[in-house]
Design a protein around this ligand. Sequence first.
Ligand code: CMC
Length: 435
Amino acid sequence: MSDEKKKQPKANLSWDGKTVEVEMLEGTEGERAFNFSRLKAETGCYAFDPAMMNTCVCRSAITYVDGEQGILRHRGYAIEDLVEHCSFIEVAYLLIHGALPTTTQRQRFSRLLNIHSMLHEDMRSFFGNYPEGAHPMAVLSAMVVSLSSFYPELRLDSDKEEIDITVTRLLSKLRTIAAFSYKKSIGEPFVYPSHRHSYCENFLNMMFCSPVSLYKADDYDVAVMNKLLILHADHEQNASTTAVRMVGSTGANLYACISAGICALWGPLHGGANQAVVEMLEKIQRDGLTPDQVVAKAKDKNDPFRLMGFGHRIYKSYDPRAKIAKQLCQAMLKKKRLNDPLLDIAQGLEERALNDVYFQERNLYPNVDFYTGLIYRAMGFPKETFTVLFALGRLPGWIAHWQEMHNDPEQKIMRPRQIYTGPGKTEYVPIEARD
Ligand code: CMC
């Protein structure tokens, strides 16, 4: 046993006159956990933790979140620095490879992204078969899992070159699928990716260029798009990343795992909140509700309404991503000389809620989704594409976690248990005797 291991503190767990020692684990930043991985073997009992509110499912070196102090870091770098200084592609590289790229690595990564940006032509016809009004998240998840029938699976013993190709293929193609599904939804022809453009410029061009109107992405919009994707790039063991890890733990291929992540992200309590926030603001505007009335509705336990874009499982202070998104939103509307009444409603609601005891006692602050939808709106994205943009940003995080999981000697198939509360052994009754 190493000296380090010997020094680790232990806790005693006592019940029914018995005591077992439980090892305590400590992360880089001092966060502590009881190691319950042998709990059943040593005590005969399980740990009960619905919604995994207290459970660390792995050790991870990708992202650190301190929800009390509002800190978010990827591979040690503060989110504020990454948003200020990096492109999305550099942050994707950082998450996946563990370090920011050198100039040569960055160039190679961009080259691979360009080489793999096209979709197999046979996949084009898939888009035509979705009904009008299909939600882009439904199309995105289905198209991503379909990639597994067009492109080879990433084997777990793949060399770095193969990993790079698969990863860039996904990063690049997800962007193309996202833009194609939007074009399909508005009945316009697809715009192909071009090697002339950078990652975000390419995306904006595929979204907004059309045969009848030449489009040149505004440098400011490209810069904001980069920042928004960085804001979403990873957030440790959130619901969609856990879905990716859960499916990945069964040995399913990377495309299937990412598709599972996209489905989990879609829910309005997770990434779907960015669409839900703007829908909520529109309804408040339509119904002419005051901030007082909206906050009263959110506090009413007999009303299922919640203030969308508010609250977070981890952040018990202002979400650092929301802080950046709010500044970006204000700056963008000013730059574009846009006066969006929904921003006024959002700011009025935030002020009212933050001064309310209900929100203060529960530490409910705006989360990343509260202001991002208003930025997308100002850039011309329709509401239904907002969660697709979240998925595009989150993709490097999902890939990084998928890789980390497969290199982790502690990982096995994820298989939680339950406390069974159904009937005891019941005698079988033939159908004729059941009336
Ligand atoms: N409006 C009104 N009350 C709320 C809200 C809200 N947005 N969020 C939490 N609460 C109340 C909740 O009713 C509960 O009150 P009480 O203690 O009286 O029962 C208390 O605050 C704790 O809430 P919880 O639901 O137990 O907290 P949770 O950690 O399980 O849920 C959450 C976190 C994000 C799902 C929740 O805050 C929520 O539904 N927010 C609105 C949806 C949203 O904005 N989601 C985006 C999350 S951030 C980005 C992402 O993950 O994708």
